[in-house]
Ligand binder design. Structure first.
Ligand SMILES: C[S@@+](CC[C@H](N)C(=O)[O-])C[C@H]1O[C@@H](n2cnc3c(N)ncnc32)[C@H](O)[C@@H]1O
Length: 367
């Protein structure tokens, strides 16, 4: 599309799904009253901001603060399930906020002054878009700037009394309460051979080592996660305690290996991942959790146990995730023992969810 203020600009596919349908695009100076910008977003328009970055930021913050106005509180009456309706409203509100754009060309923002330090931000894009002017949602750019800060300064993890670094496209373990659930499992982990499946930044593998595991293996299929876990193992000086393998799909890189404890903070939302980052969260058709349980028995010591972290958000939406989980556990000849839980606000779908830490063992009568 052509905007007179910018010439030819292009909305990459990676952002198209974030913004939904856009009725029209308009370039607006960021000095304009934010309430008028919000009104345009509410009408389904895409607003492309230019001017000093602090004003761009101010407009975004205003729209975020009053973001509830972007969606009619009675929207989606046709959706019967309360949680699904809430998720649809959250998604619509996020789409509205994502319709606030700036234009970027390579590493630079176009017609935006006083920009913060953004060199290197394009590493967080799925494609680099060299030589083209692209529209980037301000919300996405703000997230990237936070991620850049986190990569540089590290993310504080209370359970480790330390900071870890988080690389682009790797799951951000920002919810401390969820990590803390594992600290209560010291007795199960100390002195044991532990596998951390889907290790991401390596946070749980590092925690297992700190809790006294005799040896820890960490694995992931995301190449950035493997690199990230290795980086954090070095950062915390734990090369002797944690071995990072992969990238490999589930157990494919662990042929013949057996563990006393297998940790898995599994992707927990039913749905299709569209980005590398989303593969940490979405499990299409529950195929991943099914495949995990189909082969975990080959890698579990006779008296071994699995510590599986899983949320009930897809169950609440009527998609049966917990009932399905119980089914696959039983089909694998395993059973659930102790269950710990925490409640948290779902960052992905809005509304409250319960995150479980299931302790899973072989069924007593199975050899
Ligand atoms: C919810 S994240 C958990 C990350 C980390 N363990 C934590 O607690 O912060 C799920 C992880 O599983 C990984 N994963 C997804 N599919 C996988 C597969 N087929 N094989 C191995 N790892 C996978 C993702 O890359 C992601 O790092």
């Amino acid at each position: 599309m052509v905007l007179s203020e910018f010439g030819e600009v292009w909305l990459p596919d990676a952002f198209r799904s974030m913004v939904g349908a856009v009725s029209e695009f308009e370039a607006v100076e960021a000095l304009e009253a934010p309430s008028r910008v919000l009104r345009r977003l509410k009408a389904g328009m895409g607003v492309v901001l230019y001017g000093p970055y602090p004003y761009v930021d101010g407009v975004y913050r205003y729209c975020q603060r009053f973001g509830k106005q972007l969606v009619d509180p009675d929207a989606f009456p046709e959706i019967g399930n309360r949680f699904e309706r809430m998720a649809a409203r959250t998604a619509a509100r996020k789409q509205g906020l994502h319709r606030l754009f700036v234009v970027a060309e390579g590493e630079e923002l176009v017609r935006v002054g006083d920009t913060p330090q953004i060199t290197g931000w394009t590493q967080w894009l799925e494609e680099p878009f060299r030589g083209q002017r692209i529209l980037i949602p301000v919300r996405r750019l703000q997230r990237i700037l936070t991620d850049m800060r986190r990569m540089k300064e590290g993310l504080r993890i209370d359970a480790l009394s330390d900071t870890i670094t988080v690389l682009p496209h790797v799951y951000i373990p920002s919810d401390q309460s969820v990590i803390n659930m594992f600290t209560n499992k010291r007795a199960e982990i100390a002195g044991k051979r532990v596998l951390d499946m889907g290790t991401g930044t390596g946070v749980l593998a590092l925690l297992a080592a700190r809790l006294g595991a005799s040896e820890v293996t960490a694995s992931d299929n995301n190449p950035n996660a493997v690199e990230n876990a290795r980086l954090n193992v070095r950062r915390l000086g734990m090369e002797d305690g944690v071995r990072v393998c992969g990238p490999s799909d589930l157990f494919s890189g662990l042929q013949g290996a057996v563990f006393d404890v297998i940790l898995f903070n599994a992707p927990w939302v039913l749905g299709k991942a569209t980005t590398l980052y989303d593969r940490a969260i979405y499990d299409e058709g529950y195929a991943l959790i099914r495949r995990f349980f189909a082969s975990v028995g080959d890698h579990l010591a006779v008296k071994g146990r699995i510590l599986l972290q899983y949320s009930n958000i897809s169950e609440l939406k009527g998609e049966g995730s917990i009932s399905h989980l119980k089914e696959v556990i039983s089909e694998a000849g395993l059973e659930i023992g102790d269950v710990a839980r925490v409640r948290r606000k779902s960052r992905v779908l809005g509304g409250w969810e319960t995150v479980f830490l299931f302790e899973i063992e072989r069924r007593k009568w199975v050899k």
